[in-house]
Design a protein around this ligand. Structure first.
Ligand code: HXC
Ligand code: NAP
Length: 279
């Protein structure tokens, strides 16, 4: 667990996709550090539960049910968040979808679903939050994934979408830098107990151990590890960091991250001789 303390009292933080997993962990970190926090996701039930959890820290919390693919709804949501909270200091864009599917069998609509949520969704979140970002001083954190730069079997849709997210990070950092807005990508490694790892890693304790062993630091990460990095990127300690793509993954993307694709396509077990080769 990271030992760090940040003071976000008086700051406004908006977390798109902030109602579960890593993004809720990020929202928790900022709320605990004193920020007013808004979260957004599709499910009203998840929004309500997240708001209740975040209110434990004593600050202002807003929740919005919205789909990041719905531009009109985002325009309304960010206008309302600004009306109630004022300028947004930190925007986290982390809504995403994932499933395991081979490029040669997935439908165009399946590929498009992930592109629309991860890439177009991130663009729209940034686009409609932009008028309300603090200028100067605002900061955007896009949640990327190792798939952006580590090719993985069964993940062509996610690899393409997250690579696009990182390019969006760099182009908006270029376009918005003069206004004093910083834009960075934060790249989590395998984070324990999350929907993403439930969908991608082999089941059970043995699967979790296999993933942990593929990380140079020999453990999966926690949502708190990612929250600490997000709070660093949002803080004045990072005031000259913009356009960066920051892995927070215990070194996983240096070599071990490709294991997921091998597991999903069945290569890994075959190579270790634990499954007889197919005739
Ligand atoms: C093949 C699939 C599929 C699968 C869906 N589709 N699941 N194709 N294999 N397992 C296809 C559908 O058949 C359909 O195509 C198209 O995708 C859209 O499906 P819908 O169900 O209509 O989409 P939607 O309701 O928009 O839901 C999006 C979703 C869903 C991505 C499919 O799983 C979702 O909402 N996920 C959000 C939660 C999530 O995934 N969290 C994990 C994030 S982790 P057709 O042709 O039939 O119309 C992450 C990175 C982890 O992003 C990195 C770890 C290292
Ligand atoms: P998660 O719990 O499923 O988080 C995804 C969030 O996005 C949820 O709050 C979900 O809520 C919301 N969401 C999904 N589709 C949406 C849409 N169309 N519009 C609005 N909100 C939407 O998954 P996670 O595993 O914690 O992943 C969180 C982020 O970290 C993602 O960006 C993922 O790519 C990234 N990441 C994860 C890992 C990992 O180890 N898990 C590793 C690298 C990167 P609703 O269902 O209510 O919409």
């Amino acid at each position: 667990m990271p030992q760090c303390s940040f003071d976000y009292r008086g700051s406004v933080v908006f977390v798109a996709g902030g109602t579960s997993g890593i993004n809720l962990g990020i929202a928790r970190g900022f709320a605990q550090a004193g920020a007013a926090v808004a979260v957004l996701s599709r499910s009203q039930a998840k929004v309500d539960a997240a708001v209740l959890a975040l209110q434990e820290y004593g600050g202002i919390v807003l929740g919005f049910a919205a789909d990041v693919r719905d531009a009109g709804r985002l325009e309304v949501v960010f206008g309302e968040a600004h009306r109630q909270l004022g300028s947004i200091d930190v925007l986290v864009s982390g809504a995403a979808g994932n499933f395991s599917a081979a490029a040669n069998s997935m439908s165009g609509n399946a590929f498009k679903a992930v592109m629309d949520i991860d890439l177009l969704g991130t663009f729209q979140v940034l686009r409609f939050c932009y008028p309300y970002l603090r200028k100067p001083g605002g900061c955007v954190i896009n949640i990327s994934a190792p798939q952006a730069f580590v090719p993985m079997e069964m993940q062509s849709h996610v690899c393409a979408a997250k690579a696009g997210v990182d390019m969006l990070t760099r182009t908006t950092a270029l376009e918005w830098g003069a206004e004093g807005i910083r834009v960075n990508s934060l790249v989590p490694g395998p984070i324990e107990g999350t929907e993403g790892m439930k969908r991608l890693s082999p089941p059970g304790p043995r699967g979790a151990r296999q993933i942990a062993d593929s990380v140079p630091m020999k453990r999966q990460g926690t949502a708190a590890d990612i929250a600490a990095a997000a709070m660093f990127l949002g803080s004045s300690a990072a005031s000259y960091i913009s356009g960066a793509v920051l892995p927070v993954d215990g070194g996983w993307s240096l070599g071990g991250a490709g294991l997921i694709g091998q597991i999903l396509s069945g290569q890994s077990e075959t190579e270790r001789g634990e499954k007889p080769p197919q005739p």
